[in-house]
Structure formats: structure tokens, C-alpha cells
Design a protein around this ligand. Structure first.
Ligand code: GDP
Ligand code: IMO
Ligand code: MG
Length: 437
């Protein structure tokens, strides 16, 4: 019986993917990241202790698990080493449990500088990136000028390519952005310092996964960001620079789709977004503030305040279709506990005319859509830490049923998260038995 599963975000990221990956990892052998970089911030809470991971897959707390960074992940080796050190200070040994694909593009200092300089130049039109150099590093992959982890095997050639890239970026930084140049020698020295530590973790990921599948090992593919931040399917240009929808799994790991049995879509009980871009259900009132405070909606990577709003079922439905989602995991239900009534967006209007989202999705006009809401009664009881569906208030169950009905009745909410801690989770039936995977 194969249990291979993709766990990905259905909104604008920060849905609680890390918590759920950590929760399910107990039953798995491998956890694979396939896109994004250290722009991600995945929070795990175990016995009240919080750990935020940016690059290392969220299965790392389970000693039996091998964590893999697939070729689609952009790696800043300095930040990866920092994260390894952070875990080691917490007593979490990686030993041979972290594998890096030789094909991962590297994020170097000039990517960060260009990312920051561009955002500054865009001013009020900025994307609101995490400033980690993600976009420029992916650009370098597409231009085929970037450096990959396998370039570390030949430092002579590495130094030559680095020099060429530093010159190119410094020209832009100095002449176009009127910003400071980066220092070639500094970059080379830092890379040399960490090279061995990185190279000892490098492996051929597609072959490793092939072996895992043949040996009936179970694999989680851990998404970063969320479907609406996908470079091709999201709210462009206010997106990240990788494919956070399902296709990223295959291009970013080398796994074949025949090995994937299940796609779990993680959805927050309301919506949040960090950075700029359209957000139809955004709340700029006391309820928005309440969601922000109660949900502790402060970005785990940049510490920025997350924008908050009601759950948008129009967008959720689109994510379900885009990713061929098998079932949903609803997180942060407890954050809605005190609200007397809860709205969910079920359609959009433009100039007071209902939009047929299935025929024409108003991506180019998302700033101007008027959300159509239905109002559901709140439950005004604590659901914090509930681990059994029966113990949820009736209105909370109705909220969940409404989401399922809207999504067509065949996509069910199979996992509910009622708090940040690993144990604050409801799993309906046996997820894997029921779905026969
Ligand atoms: P990710 O990027 O999708 O992994 O999500 P983040 O870790 O960036 O953000 C989710 C935040 O919500 C973290 O602070 C989690 O500890 C927290 N969290 C996750 N699930 C729940 C939940 O069910 N209830 C509450 N109150 N917090 C949760
Ligand atoms: P996790 O995995 C939420 C957002 C940034 C910005 C846009 C582009 O924790 O869900 P980038 O630095 O990627 O070029 O920024 O994408 N963003 C995220 N928002 N969660 C994330 O990751 C994000 N990663 C990037 O805020 O709007
Ligand atoms: Mg996050």
C-alpha cells in the first residue's frame, strides 16, 4: 500500500503546512521539499516548544525520517548552514538525514541585493518579497547563467562563473539601481567555507526517490508558499518565482506522477496574505485585527504583519481544481472561536454583476471584485486543542460541512487543526484507510 502524499497550500501561504507535515511524518520515511527556498517559514510546535524551519523539510523532528531538498529548491548555503546549526543547538542531529540535490540552484549575495534594490525602486508598486533573493535566483536558472550545487565540485570553474555573474550584477546594482556592489572575494570565501559540509549531503534525488518507491517507502512532498502565489497560476505579478501548485512536485524532485497517491490541500479557516497584491476578502476593520491578534498572524520569515480576511471559497475551489486536490486539511479553526458570525465568500461581482468564475476568472481585475458573502453562525465556544470531531460545537461542524458542499461534496475536510501544537489535531476516520491508499 503506497501512501505517497503531496501537502500543499491552497491560499497565499502560511496555511499551517509545516504543522501538518510534522504531524503526518510519523507514518512516513521521506519528506521532500520541491520548490521555493528560505522565503518559506514553517512553524512546528511540539510540547509547547516552537521551531521555525525555512529550508529544512518539516519532518526533521522525527529521527527515522530522511529529509530531501529536491532540484526545484533554491538554496542559500549560508542560510542552510544557519538552520542546521539552529537544529543542532536544540539537540536535533541531522547526521545523514538531510539530502541535497546536486541540481539545486544557489542563491548568492547578489540575488539578495538585486531583490532588495528592485523592491526599493518599485516603491509603492513593490511585490513585498521576503528579500531573500528568490526571484533573481530562479531567473538565473532560466537564463542558464546561475550556479548550481554541482558547480561546487569544480571550484576553478565555479570561481570563473562567479566572477562573470558578480560583474554582471554589480553593473546593474551600481549603474541602474545606484546601490552598493557585492564583493566577489567575500562570496567566494564564504562558499569555500561551507562547501564540504554541503557536498557531503549531496545525492542524486530522482534515483534516491526511485529506490524509495521500489522499496515501498512512504514519501511526503512538502509544498512551500501557496497556490495563489504560484508563478504561473497565482495572482501575478504578486507571486513568488516558483510553481507552488502540483506541477512543481514533478519538475522540482524528479518523481513521477504515478507515484503520487494523494494531494492534501491545506486551507486556513480564514485568509491571510503577506506582501502586496489583490485580496478580495481582506478585512481592514476590528474583525481583521481580531483574526490577526488571535491567529498570531505575524510572518515567520520576515516578521511582517499578515493581512487578514474571510475565507474565500471562490479561490479555494480554483486551488482544488488546479492541484487536483484529494482532500482538505482545515487549520486554525480555533481562531474563529469568539466570532458571533462568520462570513465566507461564495462568488464575486464586478460592477454589481455576478461573475461566472468558471468561464472567466477575473485575475486581471481581482482588485476590483466585490465579494458576495454568506453569513454562518459562529459557535462562541473554545475549540482549542479539540482532538475529536464529536467535541466540536455544532456550528463549527456546519462551517466545515458548508466548505465541503461548496467544493462539490466529494472533496472532504479530513484533517482539522485546532491549535499550533502537533497534538491539537483532529483526523477524521483513518485518512489512509478510508481513501484506500
Ligand atoms: P506554513 O508556512 O503553512 O507552514 O504556516 P506558518 O507556520 O507560516 O504559519 C502558521 C501559523 O499558525 C504558525 O504560527 C503555526 O504555529 C500556527 N498554527 C498552525 N495551525 C494552527 C491552528 O490550528 N491553530 C492556531 N491557533 N495556530 C495554528
Ligand atoms: P510559506 O511556505 C507567505 C510571498 C511574499 C511576497 C511574494 C514574493 O511559509 O507559506 P518572494 O520572496 O518569494 O519573491 O516573495 O510571496 N511569500 C510568502 N507568503 N508564506 C510564504 O511561504 C511565502 N513565501 C513567499 O510575502 O508577497
Ligand atoms: Mg509560513
Amino acid at each position: 500500500m503506497n501512501k505517497n502524499i503531496v501537502i500543499l497550500g491552497t491560499q497565499w501561504g502560511d496555511e499551517g503546512k509545516g504543522k501538518i507535515v510534522d504531524y503526518l511524518t510519523e507514518m512516513y520515511n521521506y519528506v521532500v521539499r520541491y520548490q521555493g527556498g528560505h522565503n518559506a517559514g514553517h512553524t512546528l510546535v511540539v510540547n509547547k516548544k516552537k521551531i521555525v524551519l525555512h529550508l529544512i523539510p518539516s519532518g526533521i523532528l522525527h529521527n527515522h525520517v530522511i529529509c530531501v531538498l529536491g532540484n526545484g529548491v533554491v538554496i542559500s548555503i549560508i542560510d542552510l548552514i544557519k538552520e542546521i546549526d539552529m537544529l543542532s543547538q536544540l539537540g536535533i542531529k541531522l547526521d545523514k538525514r538531510l539530502i541535497i540535490s546536486s541540481h539545486c540552484p544557489m542563491i548568492l549575495q547578489y540575488h539578495v541585493q538585486i531583490d532588495l534594490a528592485r523592491e526599493l525602486a518599485l516603491g509603492k508598486d513593490c511585490i513585498g518579497t521576503t528579500g531573500r533573493g528568490i526571484g533573481p535566483a530562479y531567473e538565473d536558472k532560466v537564463s542558464r547563467l546561475g550556479l548550481k550545487i554541482f558547480d561546487l565540485y569544480n571550484m576553478e570553474l565555479f570561481a570563473k562563473k562567479l566572477k562573470r555573474n558578480v560583474d554582471y550584477y554589480n553593473f546593474q546594482l551600481v549603474n541602474y539601481y545606484k546601490s552598493s556592489p557585492v564583493d566577489y572575494n567575500n562570496i567566494l570565501t564564504e562558499v569555500l567555507k561551507y562547501r564540504d559540509c554541503i557536498l557531503e549531503k549531496v545525492d542524486d534525488v530522482p534515483m534516491l526517490l526511485q529506490d524509495a518507491f521500489c522499496n515501498k517507502k512512504h514519501v511526503i512532498f512538502e509544498g512551500a508558499q501557496g497556490s495563489l502565489l504560484d508563478l504561473d497560476h497565482g495572482t501575478f505579478p504578486y507571486v513568488t518565482s516558483s510553481n507552488s501548485t502540483i506541477g512543481g512536485v514533478f519538475t522540482g524532485s524528479g518523481a513521477h506522477m504515478k507515484h503520487i497517491n494523494f494531494v492534501l490541500g491545506v486551507v486556513k479557516s480564514y485568509c491571510t496574505r503577506v506582501g502586496s497584491g489583490p485580496f478580495p476578502t481582506e478585512l481592514k476593520d476590528d474583525i481583521g485585527l481580531h483574526l490577526c491578534i488571535k491567529g498570531k498572524e505575524i510572518g515567520s520569515t520576515t516578521g511582517r504583519k499578515r493581512r487578514t480576511g474571510w475565507l474565500d471559497l471562490v479561490l479555494l475551489y480554483r486551488s482544488i481544481v488546479l492541484n487536483s486536490i484529494s482532500s482538505l486539511c482545515l487549520t486554525k479553526l480555533d481562531v474563529l472561536d469568539e466570532l458571533p458570525e462568520i462570513k465566507v465568500c461564495i462568488a464575486y461581482k464586478i460592477n454589481n454583476v455576478l461573475v461566472d468564475n468558471k468561464k472567466f476568472f477575473p485575475f486581471s481585475n481581482l482588485e476590483n471584485v466585490q465579494p458576495v458573502y454568506i453569513t454562518l453562525p459562529g459557535w462562541k465556544k473554545s475549540t482549542k486543542g479539540v482532538t475529536c470531531l464529536h467535541d466540536l460545537p455544532l456550528e463549527a461542524k456546519k462551517y466545515i460541512s458548508y466548505i465541503e458542499e461548496y467544493c462539490g461534496g466529494n472533496i472532504l475536510v479530513d484533517i482539522i487543526s485546532t491549535g499550533p501544537d502537533r497534538c491539537e489535531t483532529i483526523v477524521l476516520d483513518d485518512l489512509f484507510k478510508k481513501k484506500n491508499i
